[in-house]
Ligand binder design. Structure first.
Ligand SMILES: Cc1cc2nc3c(=O)[nH]c(=O)nc-3n(C[C@H](O)[C@H](O)[C@H](O)COP(=O)(O)O)c2cc1C
Length: 187
């Protein structure tokens, strides 16, 4: 199946983006095709209603990739009890034609234990665009973020087994949901 990630941090080496890369690796290992759109590497302009963005390469890729995907993954850092402005702005460029009837997994990285506010906001937008929220989400918070920082040494790597197991389980259930939704009627 085809999955598109929209990674909504505006920071090099962001843990939310590294988490996307980790999930990308797991999906590709299982034979899925993945497009990871990192909004730090590929910024999109501030959305202005009525303005035409037809010549913008990054927006064209975002729109086409989101439309073609069978499942979408939204990632954000938790900022001031909400999602990042960068992700919100990118989502303002999209619409029901990208989300309707499509499973969406929300993931976040927070300084506190759980980025529940950004996750709730992402899910509210998905509902508004008639997407199908994954019943589970992925949040990394506090010291769990260390797993996705650069320069993790080998002695530390083993201590994140439970986190990795949970991430794999949530991803598995999201992939299963996506498969069920896209299965031809009657199969
Ligand atoms: C402007 C700003 C606001 C933040 N607000 C919160 C917050 O409300 N709650 C929280 O738990 N962490 C907050 N943080 C910490 C980030 O969520 C945390 O550093 C996160 O891991 C960043 O994600 P990234 O590594 O993907 O950039 C804030 C950080 C910044 C820069």
């Amino acid at each position: 199946m085809k999955f598109t990630f929209i990674a909504g941090s505006n920071r090099q080496g962001a843990t939310s983006t590294k988490l996307c890369e980790y999930l990308q690796h797991l999906l590709e290992e299982r034979g899925h095709s993945v497009d990871l759109i990192d909004l730090y590497q590929h910024p999109v302009p501030f959305y202005s209603p009525g303005e035409s963005y037809s010549g913008h390469e990054g927006l064209a890729r975002l729109g086409t990739s989101a439309k073609e995907a069978e499942g979408l993954i939204l990632a954000s850092p938790e900022y001031h009890g909400g999602m990042s402005g960068v992700l919100k702005n990118a989502l303002d460029h999209l619409s029901q034609e990208h989300f309707s009837g499509k499973p969406v997994l929300s993931i976040s990285s927070a300084g506190g234990a759980v980025g529940v506010s950004s996750l709730g906001q992402m899910q509210a937008i998905v509902r508004n665009l008639h997407g199908i929220n994954s019943p589970e989400w992925i949040s990394i918070g506090g010291s769990q973020r260390r797993r996705f920082e650069d320069y993790l040494d080998e002695s530390e790597a083993g201590s994140f087994h439970d986190l990795e197991e949970r991430i794999a389980r949530v991803l598995e259930s999201f992939v299963k949901l996506t498969g069920l939704i896209h299965r031809p009627y009657g199969e």
